[in-house]
Design a protein around this ligand. Structure first.
Ligand code: PLP
Length: 363
């Protein structure tokens, strides 16, 4: 290619998605591969969402409602937030991208925890902003250290809570104390992609703090608990001024009509989410227990996956598991050379994963 590319783009290490089942099956000549690599729902999509999509197909020639009016109304009702405080994204990942386009420039800084969501460094580097990755403590956010890293050029602070990939979380009162000290010139994004799964008394969505902190943004997604990852739809809550300026930096039809329709229908499907959350709680415990019995260390996770350490190179372990037909996610690229992230499935799938792990370990 003869087209010159800026160094800051050239040097980006791309986000590595989980391997698709079909590809693995073709490569290895196997059938019935089990994918536990992308935190997808074993229950499939919310049935209400599927029904809504079926009913919508004869409208595909119509442009989507640009701002996602009906979905914003539905989110507004469910969360008790005015619609002007809501922005939608093509996945919540896109909202992070919009925030970085809106608030970052080459002379400003973004701050996040090293080894948290792999997308954070990428979205900030695309706009050539300065990046400070703050070390974690015990695989959890070190809020004091994050605070120390925030300077007067910091415009964006990205915090996943719970954390992907470690599964750890920060209690709401610590988030609150943190917000009290963050300068108002930095937008703090609390990325709560797994909030529905957390069953801890001291955990809470930072949405409850939004009235007090105009520089707080809270993200949610339909990709995890609602089983709609393929549709790409997420939402952000923030101060109307923040949301208003971000609308300028997004493309006009950034979320598609089918996703809007499906998400609106899924949002009322509390029974579906409840079923998944209850299944997940049992299966996280089952997987953790199974791993510990084999002498593997697991980080306590409150999300829909476990995070485990293996006594060899994580990528090698991942490849060996793949030959057994089980696809998990090695986390070497995120700074965890011996760790794997494995999402929960039905009991049968989780048993299959444990059996494959035992085989790889030679037990
Ligand atoms: C899965 C995940 C998301 C959700 O991304 P979507 O773009 O909504 O699919 C966001 N943040 C974190 C930390 C995640 O793990």
């Amino acid at each position: 290619m003869k087209i010159p590319v800026p160094d800051y783009i050239e040097s980006i290490r791309p986000y590595m998605p989980g391997k698709p089942v079909q590809e693995v099956e073709r490569e290895l000549g196997i059938k019935n591969a089990l994918k536990l690599a992308s935190n997808e729902s074993p229950l499939g999509p919310s049935p209400r969402a599927m029904e809504a999509v079926r009913e919508y197909v004869d409208q595909l020639h119509v442009y989507p409602e640009g701002g996602g009016y009906y979905l914003c109304q539905a989110l507004s009702r469910k969360y008790g937030v005015p619609a002007k405080n809501i922005i939608l994204g093509n996945g919540s990942m896109e909202i992070i991208e919009i925030a970085s386009r809106t608030f970052l420039s080459p002379d400003t800084r973004s701050v996040f925890s090293a080894g948290s969501f792999a997308l954070y460094p990428i979205t900030c580097r695309i706009v050539n902003a300065k990046v400070t990755a703050v070390p974690m403590v015990e695989r959890n956010h070190d809020l004091d250290a994050l605070l120390r890293a925030i300077d007067d050029k910091t415009r964006l602070v990205l915090i996943d809570n719970p954390i992907n990939p470690t599964g750890r979380y920060v209690p709401l009162r610590e988030v609150e104390a943190f917000m009290e000290k963050v300068p108002e010139t930095a937008l703090v994004v609390l990325d709560e992609a797994y909030k529905e799964f957390v069953r801890k008394e001291d955990y809470g969505s930072a949405l409850s703090l939004m009235d007090r902190f105009p520089n707080l943004m809270v993200l949610g997604t339909f990709s995890k608990a609602y089983g709609l990852a393929g549709l790409r739809i997420g939402y952000g809550f923030g101060h109307p001024d923040v949301i208003g300026i971000m609308h300028k930096a997004r493309s006009p039809f950034n979320t598609n009509a089918v996703a809007q329709i499906a998400a609106t229908a899924a949002l009322d499907d509390d029974a579906f989410v409840k079923r998944y959350v209850e299944l997940n709680e049992k299966e996280v415990a089952f997987l953790n227990e199974g791993c510990r019995k084999m002498g593997l260390e697991v980080t306590p996770s409150v999300a829909n996956f476990i995070f485990m350490d293996v006594p060899m190179d994580g990528v090698e372990f991942f490849q060996k598991l793949m030959r057994e037909g089980v696809i998990v996610r090695p986390m070497k690229g995120n700074g965890y050379p011996n760790s794997l992230r494995v999402n929960t499935h039905f009991r049968e799938g989780d048993e299959r994963f444990l059996a494959a792990t035992a085989k790889v370990l030679g037990r």
